[in-house]
Design a protein around this ligand. Structure first.
Ligand code: ADP
Length: 674
């Protein structure tokens, strides 16, 4: 380590000289480029304008020609500004690298530093500021943009073909009028500035997942890395994480952290795992995270997530990694913005902006004030009605986070609106209306690396949009075989993959299932949850032997096979912030039948028989009769209009439900904030 330190310092002293030389070169290159561009752009613009002028009346043509050089000058000005922007961005981009090198060198004295760093001591924070500053001349020696490949994104002008194919004649006409490929304008090159983001949340696939949050915590950071973000995901190191991942984690450091109101302190270990460009930092503490399931009961969960929120910030401080954005998820991480603006207000972390994403407003982390006050150690003034206090004597961790976060997001536009009403607001509607100015909705996507029927190793038969109609039949037959259902390709198979809780509209399903079940229909459910629903589905399996299969379990492979083998997927939720199952279903060519709420409304376009367009079947009010009607419409369509049904299957598979566009919206939000 000592050797490493030495090499660092020599590098630093040489840096300003190198910096000056490279900067000089960059300056010359900049001038040459600007000159070349001026000549070329000006000439081209003039030529074009002259050509256009030929077609105009004379007077107008002359005017246009006169304007051409001015346009060229403007273009040149714009071009001149580009290198500066690129430089700034690159300097920012190189910062994490510099910090990382610093961190590596700092690891040796880590143990000695432990105590100071943890106690959020501004003193400890002051030193790293110095080192980062020292490194800044080196940052200026920015290389030309083209060398930083990941930062540069090419925007393709070609659009995804989500529209139906044009008739042959029209296509031929288009082909005739189209310009030859070589004459097409050069592709636009766009550089998105780099941002660093710390994701803090309680679960993340494949380490631990109980629902959609786990999927988002995995897929969104991965996509953000592609969009020029530096992402660190901070998670608890639960014992239930598969051993294969525990094995790969690398010890990053540890320290003691004051937590409780009486100054009781706890061990915080940091274990790191880097995968797909994302750095995962696991907060290690046997006392809090040795239980099997991430969520047990509030008595244990409240101390656990008070500890986790504070430890996540302390770990960032300890690693001296100061992100532009701290992106927190759900109530388990909701105290992060509160800690940041109180106990961490005098650390370097305070420059970070916070986003709190609500994945499900139903879960808020509510407990009595004395307990949360003791475990969090937060100052008394945060327990007021504008922040953590709720009702007469309770504290609400999510509510506090909503108050202190710079931006609140939720996982669909519709849900962002719904939660401001008493019906969906879970008692926080007034609070959310008050903060509506900073509330946004960004819909989730799915990870195409995991959910791709063309290569999904869990499927019996892989397929894509070209052969879905045949291969889906195969998947259906094998699913029926595996589940012990009657093997009949003509039956309409309805799937339901869900946590079995009342949020998911299972009361409606229970009420109408006997009316749905006829000799042409099969029903497959996969899920675990409330006893009452588990038992009722077991009952139906017994009552409709061979046509109903209740898989009361959590099984990823089975989920994939149901998505591929079913004809339709039921999501009749009472409320649904976003919902991933309908997205996955569509991507697997399975038609969703959903209630028009939250993300379901935003992602499933109801079938319109007049325009023969749409992605699925929907109903609006939370009413069993309407659910039955939607299922019957789907069934009738399937049996009587198979041609159009098949078109819908292909349309669904073609729909873009990836993370790309949603991650771009998050990136834009980061840019707007920092
Ligand atoms: P929520 O987050 O409310 O549980 P979502 O629709 O957002 O619901 O996400 C559910 C995710 O969990 C999907 O990826 C779904 O496939 C998966 N899932 C739910 N239940 C099971 C189960 N029993 N077995 C396997 N995967 C499941």
């Amino acid at each position: 380590m000592a050797k490493k330190k030495g090499s660092m310092s020599s590098k630093k002293s040489g840096a300003p000289v190198e910096a000056a030389a490279v900067e000089q070169k960059a300056e010359t290159a900049k001038k040459n480029t600007a000159k070349a561009v001026k000549e070329e752009t000006g000439a081209a613009a003039l030529k074009e304008t002259k050509a256009a002028a030929k077609e105009l009346p004379k007077a107008k043509a002359e005017e246009a020609v006169k304007e051409a050089p001015a346009a060229a000058v403007k273009t040149e000005e714009a071009v001149k500004e580009v290198p500066a922007a690129v430089k700034t961005e690159e300097a920012v981009k190189e910062a994490p690298a510099a910090v990382k090198t610093e961190e590596a060198a700092k690891e040796a004295p880590a143990v000695a530093k432990t105590e100071e760093a943890v106690k959020e001591a501004p003193v400890a924070a002051a030193e790293p500021v110095e080192t980062v500053k020292k490194a800044s001349p080196a940052k200026k020696t920015a290389k030309p943009a083209a060398e930083d490949a990941p930062a540069v994104k090419r925007r393709s002008t070609a659009k995804k073909t989500s529209q139906p194919e044009k008739p042959a004649k029209a296509a031929a006409e288009d082909a005739q009028t189209a310009e030859p490929a070589s004459a097409a304008a050069p592709e636009e090159t766009w550089v998105s500035p780099r941002r660093s983001v710390a994701f803090i949340g309680s679960e993340c696939y494949p380490f631990v997942k109980t629902g959609g949050l786990g999927d988002v915590m995995y897929a969104l950071p991965k996509e953000l890395v592609k969009q020029n973000c530096d992402v660190r995901v901070i998670l608890p190191r639960y014992k239930c994480i598969p051993w294969e991942y525990h094995e790969k984690m690398i010890y990053r450091g540890d320290f003691q952290m004051d937590l409780c109101a009486d100054g009781r302190s706890f061990y915080v270990g940091i274990m790191e795992y880097v995968w797909d460009g994302v750095v995962y930092d696991f907060i290690d503490n046997e006392e809090f995270f040795s239980v099997g399931n991430p969520y047990t009961n509030l008595i244990e969960d409240i101390p656990r997530y008070c500890y986790f929120a504070k430890a996540a910030l302390a770990a960032l401080n300890y690693m001296d990694w100061i992100p532009d954005i701290i992106h927190c998820h759900d109530w388990q991480a909701a105290l992060v913005p509160v800690y940041l603006r109180t106990q961490f207000a005098r650390t370097k972390l305070t420059t970070a902006k916070t986003i709190l994403t609500i994945h499900n407003l139903r879960f808020q982390g509510i407990y009595n004030i004395p307990t949360i006050s003791y475990w969090s150690g937060l100052p008394g003034y945060v327990f007021n009605m504008g922040a953590l206090k709720t009702g007469y004597q309770d504290a609400n961790m999510l509510k506090g986070g909503l108050t202190y976060a710079n931006i609140i997001t939720t996982v669909s536009q519709t849900y962002a609106g719904e939660i401001q009403s008493p019906y969906y607001g879970e008692t926080l509607d007034a609070h959310l209306r008050y903060h509506s100015g900073k509330l946004r909705g960004i819909v989730n996507g799915i990870d195409y690396d995991i959910w791709n029927p063309a290569v999904d190793a869990r499927l019996y038969e892989n397929y894509d949009i070209t052969n879905v109609l045949d291969k889906k039949k195969e998947n259906k037959r094998k699913l029926q075989e595996e589940l012990g259902l009657e093997q009949d390709g003509h039956k309409f198979v309805i799937g339901l993959i869900s946590r079995l809780t009342n949020q998911k509209g299972l009361d409606l399903v229970n009420a109408i299932l006997p009316q749905v079940m006829d000799e042409h229909t099969q029903f497959v459910v996969l899920g675990t949850g409330d006893r009452v629903y588990e038992d009722s589905f077991r009952y139906y399996e017994n009552a409709y032997k061979g046509n109903v299969c209740s898989n009361i379990m959590y099984d990823e492979t089975r989920a994939h096979r149901i998505y591929a083998g079913a004809d339709a997927l039921l999501v009749p939720s009472q409320f649904e912030p976003c919902g991933l199952t309908q997205l996955i279903a569509m991507h697997y060519g399975t038609v969703p039948i959903v209630r028009e709420t939250g993300g379901l409304k935003d992602t499933v376009e109801p079938y319109n028989m007049y325009s023969n367009w749409g992605n699925g079947f929907t109903f609006d009010r939370y009413d069993a009769g309407l659910l039955l009607d939607a299922i019957n419409r789907a069934k009738t369509f399937y049996f009587e209009n198979r041609w159009c049904w098949d078109e819908m299957v292909q349309r669904d598979m073609d729909k873009d439900v990836s993370w790309e566009s949603s991650a771009k919206k998050y990136k834009d939000l980061y840019l707007e904030l920092a």
